[in-house]
Design a protein around this ligand. Structure first.
Ligand code: HAM
Length: 426
């Protein structure tokens, strides 16, 4: 039987891979401009990191983790997200002792969740995420949200909307959760099984239920805002004020709760603002002030971040009909006629490659016409032709594949010639 890839995974073939490289490069450049530095953490961690960090009652921990016992009888989990690992590393490597605080970190890499396969939902997907860990300020929250927002803008994705909410501090959340239990308890039998399970463990997640979204009790549930103290309200107002100043368009959504347990205060998501697109959420994040302490780090350190998946960024590009400017040309195709010229062609191709040019030639002594065809297929900018007469007079014939102009170029001058011609393109 033919072996196929596991459900929920995908092969990224070369043509598609060029898009991924373009996106990843751009993400790295933007991160660099915002002064975020890359962190690379393991793709698997101790299971306890996620059950403690992401939260025992979350869908991720309850249903979606790839967990196994390794040969040393340790429970290991393929990372379902990047925040817990980054915070673990911040603590373990004492990044809190660095002179620059907060530490501004970013990561790009595969995450694993056992989810039902749907459009834009994979079991292995690549997240780009940032985490700002150390000190807290509304300016940091606004910067993180503006970074996420401007990533989409920089790709030309205009139809997006930022939804934002404040989840307050743990005490405020506790009071709110109690109010929600009171609100839902009498009629919880009208809700789905998941909501029944969530009622006492994590009642805020009922607000986020896809099955019961239209239920009147969800629509008229108490609002978290009413449970926020002055300090939390003030902090949230400051974040919004900075977002205004940075030109980030947002909507306050009091029902936004997010699916992970570690959030406090600012929480946000970025969605596609297009009624024809079903899967709307492109990116999510928020502040997690308690997580560092929860993972046994210094009590006074706080964090905020977000993550997006490249798979959904690609979907957004597709739904907005945006083509990425992928360069699928090569600089030169060497066309060689005859045995001696063939050898010289191999050497020239190699020299061009070592000089930093993308160069290719034919391996099979094909006829001139077939080699020129191949040059076209490779989208070569120039073909460099060598035959017996070229070998005799020490000059290549160089053909511009767009204009069909031809020039003779001395052997020794070929690199210089290409350099001149391709100036501005490299
Ligand atoms: P999350 O909302 O679970 O948050 O995931 C963030 C983003 O990852 C989603 O908005 C979506 O773009 C993408 N994503 C999630 N699951 C899948 C999937 N199965 N297939 C494709 N894309 C997916 C987190 O992961 C948090 N760690 C974000 C964060 C960072 N909060 C603070 N810092």
């Amino acid at each position: 039987m033919v072996i196929t890839m596991p459900r929920g995974t995908q092969d990224i073939l070369p043509e598609e891979s060029k898009k991924w490289q373009y996106i990843e490069e751009k993400l790295r450049k933007i991160s660099d401009s915002f002064c975020y530095e890359e962190i690379r953490t393991p793709m698997f961690e101790s299971t306890e990191l996620f059950s403690r960090g992401v939260g025992d009652t979350t869908d991720i921990v309850q249903k979606e983790m790839y967990t196994f016992m390794d040969k040393g009888n340790r429970s290991i989990t393929l990372r379902p997200e990047g925040t817990a690992g980054t915070v673990r590393s911040y603590i373990e490597n004492k990044l809190f002792a660095k002179t620059i605080q907060p530490q501004k970190l970013y990561y790009v890499g595969p995450m694993f969740r056992y989810e039902r396969k749907q459009k834009g939902r994979y079991r292995q997907f690549v997240q780009y995420g940032v985490e700002v860990i150390g000190e807290e300020s509304p300016k940091i929250d606004a910067e993180v949200i503006s970074l996420a927002y401007n990533i989409y803008k920089s790709f030309g994705i205009e139809n997006i909307k930022v939804s934002i909410n404040s989840l307050g501090n743990p005490e405020e959340r506790q009071a709110y959760n109690e109010a929600l239990v009171k609100h839902f308890e009498p009629r919880i039998n009208e809700f789905c099984e998941d909501c029944n399970n969530r009622l006492y463990k994590n009642p805020m997640r009922i607000l986020d239920c896809k099955v019961d979204a239209e239920h009147e009790l969800i629509k008229n549930a108490p609002k978290l805002l009413e449970y926020l103290g002055e300090e939390s309200k003030q902090y949230f107002a400051e974040v919004l004020r900075h977002l205004d100043a940075l030109g980030v368009k947002y909507e306050v959504d009091h029902n936004l709760v997010r699916g992970l347990d570690y959030y406090t205060h600012t929480a946000f998501e970025i969605m596609i603002d297009n009624p024809e697109v079903e899967l709307k959420t492109l990116c999510g994040g928020g502040r997690y002030n308690g997580l560092i302490k929860l993972l046994d780090g210094p009590e006074d350190k706080k964090g905020i971040g977000f993550a997006l998946s490249i798979e959904r960024l690609l979907l957004a590009l597709e739904s907005e009909n945006i083509e990425l400017p992928i360069d699928d040309t090569i600089d030169a195709f060497v066309v060689a006629m005859g045995e001696k010229a063939g050898d010289a062609g191999v050497k020239l191709t190699n020299d061009l490659r070592l000089a930093g040019y993308k160069a290719q030639s034919d391996y099979f002594d094909k006829k001139m016409k077939a080699q020129m065809k191949l040059a076209d297929r490779y989208n070569a900018k120039f073909s460099i032709i060598i035959g017996d007469s070229e070998l005799d007079n020490g000059q290549y014939v160089v053909k511009d594949m767009k204009t069909y102009d031809q020039e003779n170029v001395e052997f020794d001058n070929i690199v210089k010639y290409l350099e001149e011609k391709l100036k501005g393109e490299k």
